[in-house]
Design a protein around this ligand. Structure first.
Ligand code: TXA
Ligand code: MG
Length: 348
């Protein structure tokens, strides 16, 4: 398949949006930027387009898609919206929040992976919004990675994964957030936080005190089927085994340096994921992936998936990652990091 590739780099070109919308309208699939991660989109109401998304990603068909909307009138797609869910949408949309609601029959079961509920999100990226408006229907889109890889946060990573597999790839530089949306499930009572993200649990319970979050019970994440007992699909893991080091800062730094020096003696190629401030501790033989300035959990979120992909590119044998405090956005960052490590954690 020939893939049309356009990198806007922040400047929206309406002719090209129209071209992309035409492809979607005819049942084609288009990778496009959002503020969280890149999405792989198709017409949410067209089962053939939706099937193409699953095929292009190599994604199991019982793993439901999120539909992306551009206006607040969702009455055609979802049944009643609980008041607190509405409040959350008013507060955080457009933005990185997905709300799961009971769907109407207009949304094909292919899109919802056979479930009677559907995740809805209004993204804030102007290209994403322009594309949804130009199509005039919601765009169903999972993250634009091949199944089993981290979500792409750049145009180049989308091209790497999807060139030849989709009709078009639209770029807009690096995703400004870099972690997938916060998912809350209002198809159940009490509502549950299923996937932590930039909208934090603390912010959610400010609006809805009844919201629950049970990290162990709800391991929904990238490319995992929901509501499955345990983990049905393997989440993304880098090629090399990764260990996260947690604890007091000085102890963690010392432990990481020790582990790296032991691995060096074994002639292993080593990847280190840590704040920029640690770079000087390691020599040039270590693949040092900076996750941004210390204390900047936003930068960590933005750089994490790209850093994991770089470890794969460098073919390292082992990866050591410095953990951060699980508060606020740190909860989302650690959720992705822990999954990528297969929950391999050393506490010092
Ligand atoms: O930020 C995002 O959410 C990105 C961008 C492209 O919008 N999308 C994204 O989609 O991360 P995806 O498909 O990679 O992750 C959506 C997750 C999956 O784990 C899926 O199982 C879960 O949401 N999910 C979707 N619909 C659901 C439903 N009705 N009930 C429970 N979980 C659901
Ligand atoms: Mg995904």
């Amino acid at each position: 398949m020939h893939t049309i590739k356009i990198n806007f780099e922040k400047k929206v070109n309406n002719d090209q949006i129209e071209q992309a919308a035409k492809i979607l309208n005819e049942g084609g699939i288009v990778a496009f930027p959002t503020e969280t991660v890149y999405g792989l989109g198709g017409d949410a109401l067209n089962p053939i387009a939706v099937e193409k998304i699953f095929a292009a990603k190599g994604r199991p068909q019982d793993n439901p898609l999120i539909i992306h909307v551009a206006d607040d009138d969702m009455s055609r797609f979802v049944q009643t919206i609980p008041e607190k869910a509405k409040e959350l949408m008013d507060k955080f949309w457009p933005g990185p929040l997905t709300v799961i609601l009971k769907k109407t029959s207009l949304v094909p079961s292919e899109t919802s992976g056979g479930l009677d509920s559907i995740g809805v999100r209004k993204p804030s990226n102007p290209i994403a919004l322009a594309l949804i408006k130009a199509l005039g229907r919601p765009i169903a889109a999972p993250s634009a990675n091949l199944s089993g890889k981290p979500s792409p946060t750049t145009f180049e990573r989308c091209v790497e994964d999807l060139s030849g597999r989709v009709d078009m790839i639209i770029g807009d530089g690096q995703s400004i957030l870099g972690l997938e949306s916060t998912i809350v499930d209002y198809s159940v009572s009490p509502p549950r936080l299923l996937r932590p993200g930039y909208i934090t649990f603390e912010e959610l319970i400010e609006v809805d005190k009844t919201m629950v979050y049970d990290e162990e019970g709800t391991r929904v994440g990238d490319d995992e089927a929901p509501k499955a007992p345990g983990m049905k699909y393997r989440h993304y893991a880098p090629k090399a085994p990764m260990t996260i080091i947690l604890g007091d800062k000085d102890d963690v730094i010392k432990k990481m340096v020790d582990l790296v020096s032991e691995a060096t003696k074994k002639d292993l190629r080593i990847g280190v994921l840590a704040p920029d401030e640690r770079k000087s501790l390691y020599d040039e033989f270590v693949t040092f992936i900076s996750l941004g300035a210390e204390q900047d959990s936003r930068a960590m979120g933005r750089n994490l998936f790209e850093g994991l992909r770089q470890c794969d590119d460098m073919d390292v044998d082992v990866i050591f990652a410095e953990g951060i405090e699980e508060a606020g956005i740190g909860k989302a960052v650690m959720n992705r990091l822990k999954k990528a490590s297969g929950f391999q954690i050393i506490e010092v």
